[in-house]
Write a protein of this length. Structure first.
Length: 549
């Protein structure tokens, strides 16, 4: 396909998307913020485009929405229209949507209202709740392009299993959201739909690969979004945009019939999980999905119901405190967030011990070899099909010009054995903390940043991140908001000294807080495999402690 042809595909896809926004929801030129206006987070309030009722609805949590629909205070149609309107405004300001599903969503919402009117009850725990999906999940009748030109104009013939199960629970799919082509980049930009921008500073990214989701939810254009994570793709966007997120262990959330890259690569697995505005919404999503018994539909789903008893935490918890990995330290905003969290936990009577995850250094080497084992053959095939270029970051990593040598089968096996050895080492060190916690138990969770830096400028790349441990070892991991970048507090100290060459590179990359102005800052809490209930409960307790402090 000549260059002109692939660009024509992109133009047509963007025009199709624009045509699905109702004319009455278009931002008129006199109201449209200039390009110099970087912070558009409050535009729904200041523009007057949303009514007080629409603002109230869209700024509620998912848990509040389903409760008000179940009580009859709000209708499904009322909630959907307010949400679609705000999502349409988000799209015009920050380019976060790919496929718009408003018409089918409205038909679904009307059906739910008719059922409620006739039966006097809801059909399930998510009755009437609009849910957005990262553009990996199939919605019957629309494309799942994953940012590839060659995958456009091939509508899905059926829903992904998770979409089917959430609809059974009462949810209303209404949009899909932007990602980077290949899914393997820390920013959501592709040749089909362009670049997603951060609503609090449009010069900044919202992360990747679930960056369209984090942008939309942060702007209050969705209540719960479904993202995926193989290297940080839920954790990084949530930490960049002030959201709660959960990267569950493999099998806890169905991944069946989901479009993906690295198909057949099973040494490290991508996992689907919720991105939202409260811990209660994490629980709502996970409980509602588990109640549908996904293991009866998806053979790779773990037959494990939501175990509410595991949400009951001991009175005193003890957390590991991972200030860096022994080679790179957090930049000032992340260090401050860590200290704030530590102080809040100690004030509430919990314990904190140092636990530097030095295993990350080897984990990062192992996981990058897993991702590049094919020498970039898959990425090259799917961009060559349309002759579109890979993003420069991806081209330099796994494009034709990178000349990456594929690993042999034996080399792949050896690398996978390194992972198994590291899993044992990690578990043994975790268990050994029992002698240090004072609770008679090993640490309950490990708190650390998911990246050393806050949201970054577009096309900045990632010189380093701490996203490898959780997917490589399949550790349940949650993300919670803490603070925002402070222009006065978050400067690099004059007496700062790097602990390594890479640490110096990362800190210089951060530069100063003005490079990250208005960025929100979150942290991760890591537990063991299949501890989703405990992680949700710990996020709730950490949030309570932060709010009290």
């Amino acid at each position: 396909m000549p260059e002109a042809d692939w660009k024509e595909v992109a133009v047509a896809k963007q025009a199709e998307r624009a045509s699905k926004i109702p004319k009455e929801w278009l931002i008129q030129p006199e109201l449209m913020p200039s390009e110099e206006t970087l912070d558009v987070q409050d535009f729904p309030h200041t523009s007057g485009l949303l009514t007080p009722e629409e603002l109230e609805i869209t700024e509620s949590t998912a848990s509040t929405v389903v409760a008000k629909i179940a009580s009859g205070e709000w209708t499904s149609v009322q909630v959907l229209l307010a949400t679609c309107k705000r999502a349409a405004i988000a799209q015009q300001l920050i380019n976060c949507l790919t496929e718009i599903y408003f018409d089918k969503a409205l038909s679904r919402a009307k059906e739910l209202d008719e059922y409620f009117k006739k039966e006097g009850k809801v059909i399930g725990p998510l009755h009437g709740l609009p849910i957005s999906f990262k553009d990996q999940f199939n919605l019957k009748g629309v494309d799942t392009s994953v940012g590839y030109i060659a995958w456009c104009n091939k509508p899905a013939s059926e829903d992904s299993t998770i979409v089917h199960l959430l609809v059974k629970a009462g949810a209303v799919p209404f949009v899909k959201t932007n990602i980077p082509a290949t899914l393997m980049m820390g920013e959501s930009v592709n040749n089909v739909f362009g670049r997603t921008r951060n609503p609090r500073n449009r010069d900044l990214t919202t992360g990747g690969s679930s960056g369209g989701e984090s942008a939309l939810i942060s702007f209050r254009g969705s209540f719960i979004g479904v993202g995926t994570d193989i290297g940080g793709s839920i954790r990084h966007p949530c930490s960049f945009t002030g959201l709660y997120g959960l990267r569950p262990s493999h099998g806890r959330v169905s991944y069946q019939k989901v479009a993906n890259t690295f198909l057949g690569q099973e040494a490290v697995r991508s996992c689907a999980g919720p991105m939202c505005r409260s811990v209660d919404d994490i629980k709502l999503f996970m409980k509602s999905l588990a109640a549908q018994k996904p293991w009866l539909y998806d053979p790779q789903s773990v037959p494990l119901p939501w175990r509410e008893e595991l949400e009951v935490l001991p009175e005193k918890l003890c957390f590991g405190f991972g200030m860096g990995d022994g080679r790179v330290m957090p930049t000032p905003p992340l260090k401050r967030a860590m200290e704030m969290t530590k102080a809040a936990l100690l004030a509430a009577g919990h314990g904190v011990i140092e636990f530097i995850p030095t295993e990350h250094i080897e984990a990062a080497d192992i996981i990058y070899k897993m991702w590049s084992a094919d020498g970039g053959e898959e990425f090259q095939r799917d961009t060559d099909a349309s002759r579109e270029p890979l993003h420069p970051q991806l081209e330099s990593w796994l494009g034709h010009s990178a000349n990456v040598k594929p690993m042999t089968v034996f080399e792949t096996w050896q690398n996978q054995q390194r992972r198994a050895t590291l899993q044992t080492k990690w578990l043994e060190r975790w268990q050994a903390t029992k002698e240090l916690t004072g609770t008679g138990r090993p640490i309950d969770g490990l708190i650390m940043p998911s990246t050393p830096f806050p949201a970054i400028r577009h096309d900045g790349g990632y010189p380093h991140h701490w996203g490898a441990l959780s997917p490589l070892l399949d550790l349940t991991t949650g993300v919670f908001p803490v603070t925002k970048v402070d222009l006065e507090k978050d400067v690099v100290p004059a007496d700062w000294k790097p602990i390594s060459e890479l640490d110096e590179k990362v800190t210089k990359y951060y530069g100063n807080p003005k490079n990250h102005e208005n960025a929100l800052v979150g942290l991760a809490v890591i537990a063991r495999r299949l501890e989703e209930e405990k992680v949700a409960a710990m996020m709730g307790e950490i949030t309570k402690c932060l709010q009290a402090s």
